[in-house]
Design a protein around this ligand. Structure first.
Ligand code: SF4
Length: 109
């Protein structure tokens, strides 16, 4: 299992605060955000609105199957990325201006 800083892996969000419901069955990519570094520009949401959201505090959080991981600042807030969003989440992390999207990829066993 590896953990990489933003810029090398995936993530996504919603600017409207809605809670997307997307199946994560089979997903092996997980993601979290360090909210202390987030600029709130919502680029991640543009890439993967089913994985990222912007809340009332103006910063980004991860979502999984309708749950928003809104406890800031910890790798314990890992959200599983739907398979269809994995590539977009990687691109979001690569372009995140705060370099605060962290992706964890389970090795294929
Ligand atoms: S800084 Fe990164 S995590 Fe925060 S809103 Fe922008 S792209 Fe998303």
């Amino acid at each position: 299992m590896t953990v990489e800083r933003g810029g090398r892996d995936v993530f996504a969000a919603n600017t409207n605060g809605s809670t997307p419901t997307v199946s994560t069955v089979g997903g092996r990519v997980k993601v979290w955000i360090d909210q202390d570094l987030c600029t709130g520009d919502a680029m991640c949401v543009e890439h993967a609105p089913e994985v990222f959201t912007i809340l009332e505090d103006g910063i980004a959080y991860c979502c999984e199957d309708g749950k928003i991981f809104n406890d800031p600042g910890g790798a314990s807030e890992l959200a599983t990325v739907p398979i269809q969003a994995e590539e977009r989440v990687v691109h979001a992390a690569a372009e995140c201006p705060g370099e605060c999207i962290f992706v964890e990829i389970d090795p294929i066993s």
